[in-house]
Design a protein. Structure first.
Length: 419
């Protein structure tokens, strides 16, 4: 049984230049692991609490020294010398130690850093690749397929300059059977889109937080039209070889029960618009098509898109088992966007994943807009047999760390992509 010798953490910087945590965990047998935590921009209101210092003199209040001190101090003091037999037991201990409803006392960022570092150390102790450790910890069994990448092509909303309210338009290489081909296709479409926006908008390759292209679109629908053109000019057939996915991030423009999307729309009109888009373009997945607290209208969105596009809940669900259970009961969604830092520990995220799987939902394991060069996300998506992985665009090393890890896993396992 692993015995914690020492937990340590430091403040590091994420892809937006904001502080976050990197924790390391050493076991008494010498095994060790370290891991870094990401951070969102369009965060759901129900997310676990990211502890920030609030000192305006440092990083505009975003410093993480308190969270670091919690890892090196209180959490280390409690875990040091303790033999803990499972990830679940560790994560339960962390949650109980924090004791608050949204992990605001010690910080969800502190708890997740420890949860992940302990996982890496345990995988090292067992001498198994991290994805296999993740599969074992959930009892899901060894993976037989790899997740299909969904890749940001265009961005707006909170991830770009807000040129259009839609947050991300993603491409999904539908037919590719192996990761290398899937990524090759995504890069080809991205390059074609880069040429297209240079010609059409005179726009240079300026990118949004996750690397999506962000030309000055006049209308949301320009995003779809330009995506179609980019897919074709890369030599692929839209809807056949490459499909679209959409992160509407509708909570960002929902005020007073209206959706401020090129005008002011009721929920009913918003649903009609999304289903019209899904008929006109090959959209196979719509994320956060409605706002996180507009529970009353999600079942109608799901009915309107049934058979056409997955209804994927991000801010709606916040990787939170009780919100997921509610969505299952009410028929509000049929796919889970899983972001471990929304809930705060691996164990709780595994429970969320299990609930979604048992309900027959699709699972997309997702990065955040603020990321680090750590690549555990690829192992998580593989180990938990997610159908899709969402890392952002196909540029920038904090994104490519995950794709490159997927390439390595694909090489060592020879596994094909899911369905
Ligand atoms: P976030 O965005 O990390 O800024 O929350 C990612 C997403 O909405 O999927
Ligand atoms: Zn989202």
């Amino acid at each position: 049984m692993p015995v914690v010798e020492r937990l340590h953490a430091i403040e590091i910087l994420d892809s937006r230049g904001r502080p976050t945590l990197q924790a390391s965990c050493q076991f008494s047998d010498g095994s060790e692991g370290s891991a870094s935590v990401p951070s969102g921009a369009s965060t759901g209101a129900a997310e676990a609490h990211e502890l920030r210092d609030g000192d305006p003199q440092r990083y505009r209040g975003l410093g993480c020294r308190k969270a670091v001190a919690n890892v090196c101090g209180e959490i280390n003091d409690v875990l040091q010398g303790r033999a803990i037999d499972s990830q679940e037991a560790l994560d339960r201990t962390l949650v109980e130690l924090d004791g608050s409803a949204q992990k605001s006392r010690l910080g969800a960022n502190a708890l997740l850093a420890v949860s992940l570092a302990w996982a890496r150390a345990n995988a090292a102790k067992q001498r198994v690749p991290l994805y296999r450790y993740f599969a074992q910890m959930t009892g899901f069994g060894p993976p037989t397929v790899l997740p299909r990448p969904t890749v940001n092509l265009f961005s707006g909303g909170a991830h770009a300059g807000g040129q259009v309210p839609l947050q991300d338009l993603l491409i999904l290489p539908r037919r590719a059977q192996f990761i290398p081909k899937a990524l090759e296709i995504c890069v080809a479409v991205y390059e074609a889109a880069t040429d297209l926006i240079a010609d059409k908008y005179g726009a240079r390759r300026l990118t949004a937080d996750e690397g999506g292209l962000a030309p000055p679109f006049s209308h949301c629908e320009d995003m779809f039209e330009d995506a179609m053109l980019a897919i074709e000019s890369a030599g692929y057939r839209p809807g056949e070889d490459v499909c679209l996915a959409l992160d509407v991030a509708a909570s960002q423009f929902w005020r007073d029960d209206r959706y401020r999307l090129e005008g002011s729309l009721s929920a009913e009109s918003m649903i009609t618009l999304l289903s019209d888009w899904a008929q006109r373009w090959p959209i196979v997945c719509v994320e956060d098509g409605l706002a996180e607290d507009d529970w009353a209208h999600w079942p109608a969105l799901r009915s309107a898109l049934a058979g056409q596009a997955l209804v994927l809940g991000d801010d709606l669900l916040c990787t939170n088992p009780s919100r997921i259970q509610r969505a299952i009961d009410e028929g509000a969604a049929d796919a889970l966007l899983l972001k471990v830092n929304q809930i705060g520990t691996l164990g709780e995220a595994a429970h969320a994943c299990q609930l979604a799987r048992d309900a027959g939902w699709h699972v997309t394991v997702s990065a955040r807009s603020g990321e680090t060069e750590d690549n555990w996300l690829a192992d998580l998506a593989v180990g938990w047999s997610a159908q899709h992985i969402k890392v952002g665009s196909i540029t920038q090393s904090e994104r490519l760390a995950k794709y490159n890890r997927l390439l390595a896993i694909a090489d060592s396992t020879s596994l094909p992509i899911a369905g």
